[in-house]
Ligand binder design. Structure first.
Ligand code: SF4
Length: 317
């Protein structure tokens, strides 16, 4: 309850810069626990809709320990286009599964579009099959599910040790699809992606702006046109480090950690800028995006969540 919390005006001001001509297709609100600020969630969702942006909110359903959905929270859920619920062993220690199912049932009956974000400790965690099977038994095919496993990120980085992947002898291009997903932090700084390790310390090459001063149009144009963002979406960070970094492949310290540390090297900024000025660079970048779009939602889920459960993202309406 002592976490950072910015004033609502900060977020309202930014959503007020969405226009019918220029707005994000989708605005996802998460926390922490976004529904601790239900009036803000409702307000932002309604403002966003006025310009054509759909919205969603992700919650751990802290309020479901008691029967019924509190009025202010229900009003926020009603205001968004999509409602997502986090379920994992840790949430279930606080909020019983049966209470979560009661809320899901009520919202489905009202016609709400829902999804579940499910996390297990590891790929073969029996919790995952148990919960996925139970959700399908109870709700049929009505709820899409995104299933993931724990990784050490953000404020929870030290809670969990992950074995490093073996290093490869050659580094091939591995485009980062996430570098197309502007994320507003609690402090108003907009990062190029949702990597939680960036919260509160976004390096300059991944910083798209600040919602105190920038509009959605500013953020969008930086995301779309900035050479480093295009290069990350086309080649991925390890390829850029190997090709342009002063330390070459030895500077690769894991996919995202390599990306975060690209900032410290002037050679990379210069190399990336001149590479992306070449005539074929934009065409190559666009082709990479087209290939990823062809793979669709399941292709995306196979890469960024538990691949065995990837098809579950297509359930629901
Ligand atoms: S590679 Fe960079 S842009 Fe992509 S998710 Fe990791 S930190 Fe973000």
């Amino acid at each position: 309850m002592q976490s950072e919390q910015s004033r609502p005006e900060l977020f309202n001001r930014f959503v007020d810069t969405f226009t019918e001509a220029s707005h994000p297709e989708f605005m996802a609100m998460s926390g922490g626990e976004a529904l601790l600020r239900p009036a803000l969630v409702k307000n932002l969702a309604l403002k966003a809709r006025a310009s054509g942006t759909k919205s969603s909110v992700l919650s751990g359903l802290f309020f479901a320990r008691k029967p019924g959905i509190p009025k202010s929270i229900k009003s926020a859920i009603d205001a968004v286009d999509h409602f997502s619920v986090s379920m994992d062993a840790f949430h279930e220690r606080e909020v019983p599964r049966s209470n979560v199912f009661t809320v899901l049932n009520q919202l489905l009956d009202e016609g709400k579009h829902l999804s579940l974000h499910i996390a297990g400790e590891r790929e073969d965690d029996p919790y995952l099959d148990d919960l996925v099977n139970l959700v399908q038994k109870r709700f049929g095919k009505r709820i899409p599910m995104l299933v993931n496993t724990l990784s050490p990120f953000g404020r929870a980085k030290t809670f969990f040790i992950q074995t490093a992947s073996p290093s490869t002898t050659t580094v091939e291009a591995s485009p980062c699809t996430m570098a197309a997903w502007p994320v507003v932090g609690f402090d108003g700084v907009v990062a190029a992606c949702g990597n939680d390790n960036l919260i509160g310390r976004v390096p300059s090459h991944l910083r798209l702006g600040d919602i105190r001063i920038h509009s959605w149009a500013d953020i969008r144009s930086r995301c779309v046109d900035n050479a480093m963002q295009i290069a990350l979406r086309t080649y991925g960070p390890e390829y850029l480090q190997t090709k342009f970094g002063s330390q070459g492949k030895t500077g690769c310290k894991g996919y995202c950690d390599t990306c975060i540390n690209l900032d410290a090297q002037d050679a990379i900024q210069v190399g990336v800028s001149s590479q992306m000025l070449k005539p074929g660079a934009r065409i190559l970048g666009d082709s990479v995006v087209d290939l990823q779009l062809e793979l669709g939602a399941v292709g995306f889920a196979k890469r960024y969540s538990h691949p065995r459960f990837a098809e579950l993202v297509l359930l629901g309406a």
